[in-house]
Ligand binder design. Sequence first.
Ligand code: MN3
Length: 226
Amino acid sequence: MHRQYSAKNNFVQPERKISMDLCYPYQLPPLPYSYEALAPKIEDETLHFHHDKHFQTYVDNLNTALSDCPECQSRPLSQLLTELDRIPEAKRTAIRNNGGGVYNHALYFAALSPQGGGRPSGELAQAMERAFGPYDAFRKQMKDAALSQFGSGYAFLVSDRSGALSIQKTANQDSPLTCGLFPLLCVDVWEHAYYLDYQNRRAEYVEKWFDVINWPFVEQRYTDCR
Ligand code: MN3
């Protein structure tokens, strides 16, 4: 396999794509880049805690919660979150919190790249222009959503069934899938996502996050959702 020589003098595997087809039994998807790759915007210590500890805990708790629910095990995670009101009531809270935690983190890490930043292109760029106007207007709306989410949660770029885009924020680990919207991109604004690097400066973290967005991944997701 070809290897890349990173700016940090580490040999790293070429970027792998994280599959969003997540099914029981759930496994922690490996980071698709090295732990040092996003520094200094997101440092390796943050990625170790966030990916290896926080994300792993959601994976483990989801597996435990679904271990006695064959009908939950047989459906992909995206379907469980989309049809939350149709799954056994006893499992709803666990799927909402831990299933949302697994799906949201998979999306968050997959949509970052050390070669990221810049601007979207193609059909996604056109749809964003229709929804938000110039790129900087999108950026402002996304940032406002991320900063105004009170407490823990996310800001998402989402598509509806017609391909129209909007920005949504959710609390805790709630997924836009539960409201019938398809999440294309998210920024995690739980403090664990940024506190080691930025302490309480959420705005600075969100600014830097724009510089590591993996737009080709988001463009492919937009194509796949329609
Ligand atoms: Mn998180």
